[in-house]
Each structure stands twice: as structure tokens, then as C-alpha cells.
Design a protein around this ligand. Structure first.
Ligand SMILES: Cc1ncc(COP(=O)(O)O)c(C=O)c1O
Length: 453
């Protein structure tokens, strides 16, 4: 970095509006200036090296500083820096990428649509769900069911699906096409004396009642992250998705898996849906598709949805949706190189093995009075912080305990993500994390959480 760091920090506050950031905090503390990264470590402008146990924003699956990805970017940019995909234009990289993605996709998904972010991907899938039903004469099938604590993005439509009220505050959202249902977290939302199976049945029954109340003729789709990420790393009860799917199929409501975090190895499988018994009609992916090195998303659809779109296009003309950067040659080249790394280095099975090790090690935190639950699967984990283990009561929000603990962990050289509204610390490291790095992470957590008493 050639520029003087303090000048950069001053200019940041002067010119940059940061996403999901407090402006007074920026003015008071300045930005966290990250200047380089390698493997699982990032380096800030003061030369501090930190173990990034969140992989950026749950996305750097192959780890930082991969020369193969830089090379793919350079080579493709030199050959074809840009061309669009409108009006059936294409490029070699997106074709190769689509074939590879479908080879790894859950059964039944057979076509992909490319975009640049998780939000635009979910937005695309909302529109395809509407279009699919409308083409079959079901023009009133508009409403979309999403869950409390869901995170599906921050565009106007996807922030509406997002079930975290902080993302709605002082915006005229959620839009009224969204129907809200329960978050499938047994620990937090199970009733006293209710078994996990009874909890699951109650939630499915609530979805059934919602459908009856709103009318199946008015409902297009149900959005679900296989394991919820930003809402607290929530793995639903075992039978939840099979029961949900049976219900939705009965009412011709599409099940859309948002695998923006879960995809590309995070849960110790290529995609989370098959692992959790979720059979998606469509699926959103982004983040890990390029390990975050290039903004890229892929929306997957089933053959039967494609068939309806095809007949629709024959009747009414072109499928009128797309983005300037859909199928970007450089993004597709990076995604291909990234998936080659995941394949060659067996990062999916490594995530399964090291994920198991991570969860075994994290169990020791359950001995601490402030830890109520450890949850997750593969290389994603949530640590539930509580003020009272028996009542499961969270700390008073004004105490900002998750943030304070994350700051203590950072002082020990490790980054974890506080999820304040659910009193949880999130962990989602690169899939390349080693056992000794996991040990460092767990030690930093143990020392920091212990200090809460
Ligand atoms: C499950 C899920 N869906 C969608 C998104 C939105 O992705 P983006 O920020 O790329 O728009 C995210 C981002 O964290 C996510 O976690």
C-alpha cells in the first residue's frame, strides 16, 4: 500500500458510505483497513495478522491469495474482458461453468441463470416463480413465504424476504407480497415440554394454516436457507424439509433453496439441500461460487420449470429478465478455476472432516455458563450466548455482549462474527482451515467467553 494509511482512513470517512455500518462509529474509530490476505489470514494496515474464521462474509471458501484465481482473471480479462449474454449471446467460460455446476447440483436442477450477487439471484428466482405460475394461468400466485430470522439479501424484494427487522427499519418494507412463518429453531422457539418432533409438526401445521388462510392460489413459493446463516446458524429438525416439501407440493407452491452461504462445500457437501432432505425446485448460489474473488451468482432451475419457460417464450417472446453482467466471462472463468480447486483439493470432504473436528472442539465451550447451545454443520457454527443457561435468556441487548466477545476474540488475533439480534457468534472459516488453526480459534473463544464469567 503506497498511500499513507492515516490519509486513507480520513478519506474513507469523507467519501465512503459503508454497507451495514454505523456512521458515528466510522467517524469515531475509522474503518478497519484490510490490505492483504493469504490462506485463512487477513492483514490490516498496521501489519496485524488475523485468522479470519468467517471467510470474509461467509464466502472465501478456497482461502485467500490463490494464484490460480488471479491467473484465471488475468487470462480471461485479456481474452474477453466483457461481453453480454442478452439475445442469446454467450462466451466459452459461462458454458463450461454451467455444465460443471449442473454436474454438482442437487438432483433435478438442470439449468442456470447467472448474475452478480446473492440478492440479485433471489430476486431472479422470485420473478421466475411468478413467471412460471403466470404462464400456466395461475396469475394470482404472487405471495412468497419466508421465515422469521431469514436472510435473503438487501435489495427491495429480498430485504422484504429477510426476516430480521433491522433490515426493514425506516424503509417502506417488507413489501406486501411477503408472508412470514416461523423460524425452525427448536432451542429458541420450542415450547416447554415440546419434543423436537412436535415442534417440527407444529411449524409445518402453521405453514398449512397460513396457506389455507391466504389461499394456495395466491402463493407462489417458499424461500429457505437450508441452514440459516445470518439469522443465527440454525439447522432445522430432521423431518422439517421433507414434511415441508410434501405440503408445498400439495398446493403447487415452489420450494426455493437459498444456498448463498451453504453452497460450494460449506456444510461438508457440494450443496446443503440434499444433506438436509430439502428437494428444491430452484436454488440460489453466490459467494463461494468464486470464493468471493469476483461478484457472481447462479440461479438454478428444474427441467420442469425450464419447460414452462420454454413454452412461454415460444408464445409470448423473450424471457425479459437479465443483467449487464449476467454470464460475465471473467466471473465465469474465476468460478471455473475456483471449482477446479475445490475438486482437486477435495475441499468438500476436507470441510466435512474438519467441520466434525471443529464441532467436537467447540463442545468444550458448553462447560461455560454463558454458552447455551453450539449448533451448525460442517464448517459453519453458531455459539449461543445466554445470560442464564436454564431459562435460555439472552443478555440485555444494550450490553452488546456478542460484539464485546467478538472484540475480545479479535484482540487474540481471530475474527468471528457477532449476530447481535440473536445473541450468537458465527463461525464460517475458509474450507482450507487446518486443525491447528481450529485449535487457535477455539482457544481464543474459550478465553474470551470465559471472561464473561
Ligand atoms: C443466505 C443468503 N442469501 C442471500 C444473501 C445476499 O447476498 P449478497 O450480499 O451477495 O446480495 C446472503 C448474504 O449474506 C445470504 O447469506
Amino acid at each position: 500500500m503506497s498511500q499513507d494509511v492515516s490519509a486513507l482512513i480520513e478519506k474513507d470517512a469523507k467519501y465512503v458510505l459503508h454497507p451495514a455500518s454505523s456512521i458515528p462509529a466510522l467517524i469515531e474509530n475509522g474503518p478497519q483497513m484490510i490490505v492483504s490476505a493469504k490462506g485463512c489470514h487477513i492483514t490490516d494496515a498496521d501489519g496485524n495478522e488475523l485468522l479470519d474464521a468467517v471467510a470474509g462474509l461467509w464466502c472465501v471458501n478456497a482461502g485467500y491469495g490463490r494464484p490460480e484465481l488471479a491467473e484465471a482473471m488475468k487470462t480471461s480479462a485479456e481474452q474477453l474482458g466483457y461481453y453480454h449474454s442478452f439475445a442469446n449471446a454467450s462466451n466459452p467460460w459461462q458454458v463450461e461453468l454451467a455444465e460443471k455446476l449442473i454436474a454438482h447440483a442437487p438432483d433435478g436442477l438442470s439449468k442456470v441463470f447467472f448474475g452478480s450477487s446473492g440478492s440479485d439471484c433471489n430476486d431472479t428466482l422470485i420473478k421466475i416463480a411468478w413467471h412460471y405460475h403466470s404462464l400456466q394461468g395461475n396469475t394470482s400466485k404472487i405471495k412468497i413465504i419466508a421465515r422469521d430470522q431469514a436472510y435473503h439479501g438487501t435489495s427491495i424484494s429480498t430485504a422484504s424476504l429477510t426476516g430480521l427487522p433491522g433490515f426493514h427499519k425506516d424503509f417502506p418494507i417488507p413489501l406486501d407480497f411477503v408472508l412470514r412463518t416461523d423460524c425452525p429453531h427448536y432451542y429458541s422457539h420450542g415450547l416447554p415440554d415440546e419434543t423436537e418432533e412436535e415442534f417440527c409438526d407444529r411449524l409445518i401445521n402453521n405453514v398449512a394454516e397460513l396457506i389455507e388462510k391466504e389461499g394456495a392460489d395466491n402463493i407462489a413459493a417458499f424461500f429457505a436457507e437450508p441452514v440459516m446463516g445470518a439469522g443465527g446458524i440454525i439447522v432445522p429438525p430432521e423431518d422439517y424439509y421433507p414434511k415441508l416439501k410434501r405440503l408445498l407440493t400439495r398446493y403447487n407452491i415452489l420450494l426455493i433453496a437459498d444456498e448463498v452461504i451453504c453452497g460450494f462445500g460449506r456444510l461438508g457437501a457440494w450443496f446443503g439441500s440434499p444433506q438436509l432432505g430439502l428437494e428444491p425446485d430452484m436454488m440460489a448460489t453466490a459467494k463461494g461460487i468464486t470464493s468471493g474473488y469476483f461478484p457472481m451468482s447462479a440461479a438454478f432451475i428444474s427441467e420442469s420449470i425450464w419447460d414452462v419457460l420454454k413454452i412461454g417464450s415460444e408464445k409470448i417472446g423473450a424471457f425479459m429478465h437479465g443483467y449487464t453482467y449476467s454470464g460475465h466471462p471473467v466471473g465465469a472463468a474465476v468460478a471455473l478455476a475456483n471449482i477446479n480447486i475445490i475438486e482437486k483439493e477435495n475441499l468438500v470432504s476436507q470441510a466435512a472432516a474438519n467441520g466434525q473436528y471443529l464441532h467436537e472442539q467447540l463442545q468444550s465451550l458448553m462447560n461455560l455458563p454463558s454458552v447455551g447451545e453450539i449448533r451448525g454443520q460442517g464448517l459453519i457454527a453458531g455459539i449461543q450466548l445466554v445470560s442464564d443457561k436454564h431459562s435460555k435468556e439472552l443478555h440485555d441487548a444494550s450490553l452488546k455482549i456478542p460484539l464485546k466477545v467478538a472484540n475480545l476474540v479479535k484482540e487474540k488475533g481471530v475474527i468471528v462474527r457477532p449476530l447481535p439480534t440473536v445473541g450468537t457468534l458465527a463461525i464460517s472459516p475458509p474450507l482450507t482451515i487446518s486443525k491447528s488453526e481450529i485449535d487457535t480459534l477455539v482457544q481464543a473463544l474459550t478465553d474470551s467467553i470465559s471472561s464473561l464469567g
